[in-house]
Design a protein around this ligand. Structure first.
Ligand code: PSU
Ligand code: MN
Length: 311
């Protein structure tokens, strides 16, 4: 029995050659509260369909990687209480044990690449946590971007992180970090982190070309497309800064560590802002899904680099 199972909609897309966009499932199980998580998961899929592509939400269910979820499966996942949060380290064991789990950016990239899907949309990637010099908490998402060739469309890295250190690690790992349509690196809920994005592109076609040329060069790894939240939905960085610091202090006092840190901080900020960060998170994720669909539709089929044109 194959480890991978395509949803009917995904299998059909493969037969017709329709563009596919991967979506992760940790944002559903650990990133947002019920029932907003289910509504958002459905909304992200709808955005992709409206843009002419086919969504493939990825999760592990009973020991198999599901590429695309039926609506009942999406709901089951959104309601689940103690579902595993799967990163690169956890994926094989979860499958081997016949268990279920939600895939993070890292695990979704692995599954998407194995399933032949080149473009993946999420909210924001994990990165270097504040205080990482003591905790050593650096998301496996960064290393995944260095080795798995998927274009990840995100509103940058989550602003709860140490963004300068996150950019440094991405640079060290050789990950292209591309600002979409602006020079600034976005900060998840805010359009501008105050830091420049190392690279910039302005159209889905240009992002698709960069993806294809990286593959043609035989370079492992993907690219991070940093797509700013729409202006109408953003929360200014200065407004959030003290609340992020407060949530951070509370997490440290409560001894929150490892996989629990990111879900704790997102939930706490949602409380501290009366739901504003959650609403912004939904808006930016939808915006990323829309852009990812346009990139997937623009992906060219490059000639085999081994048989290039004669000089
Ligand atoms: N984007 C969101 N919300 C989330 C995530 C992304 O808008 O909750 C998830 C992704 O699955 C990402 C994870 O991989 O947060 C980061 O977790 P950690 O910091 O533990 O690596
Ligand atoms: Mn971590």
């Amino acid at each position: 029995m194959s480890l991978f199972v395509d949803a009917p909609e995904v299998a059909k897309a493969r037969r017709s050659g329709a563009p596919l966009v991967a979506l992760e499932s940790t944002i559903i199980t650990h990133g947002m509260p019920w029932p907003v998580n289910l509504e958002t998961a459905r909304a992200l899929e709808a955005e992709i369909r409206a843009a002419g592509a086919v969504p493939a939400t990825i999760a592990v269910m009973a020991g198999r990687v599901h590429v695309g979820l039926r609506d009942a499966e999406l709901e089951q996942l959104a309601r689940a209480q103690d579902v595993m949060k799967l990163s690169r380290a956890d994926l094989a064991l979860c499958l081997a044990e016949g268990r279920s789990g939600a895939t993070t950016v890292a695990a979704t990239m692995i599954c998407a690449a194995r399933a032949g899907i080149a473009v993946f949309a999420t909210g924001g990637i994990g990165g270097v946590h504040r205080g990482a010099e003591d905790s050593f908490d650096i998301s496996a998402d960064l290393h995944e971007l260095a080795q798995t060739s998927v274009t990840v469309v995100a509103a940058g890295a989550k602003a709860i992180l140490d963004l300068p250190k996150t950019l440094e690690v991405l640079e060290t790992l050789g990950v292209p970090v591309i600002g979409y349509g602006q020079d600034a690196f976005p900060a998840f809920w805010s359009r501008d982190s105050g830091l420049p994005a190392p690279l910039r592109l302005d159209s889905p076609a240009a992002v698709a070309r960069a993806h294809a040329v990286r593959a043609a060069l035989g370079l492992p790894g993907g690219q991070l497309l940093a797509n700013p939240i729409p202006a109408a939905d953003e929360i200014p960085r200065t407004e959030l800064a003290p609340l992020i610091a407060q949530a951070q202090t509370e997490a440290a006092r409560a001894g929150i560590a490892a996989k629990a840190v990111t879900p704790y901080l997102l939930q706490r900020l949602n409380e501290l802002t009366d739901g504003r960060t959650l609403r912004a998170n939904i808006a930016l994720a939808r915006n990323n899904a829309r852009l990812a669909a346009r990139i997937a539709a623009a992906l060219p089929t490059l000639p085999d680099p081994q048989h290039g044109d004669p000089a």
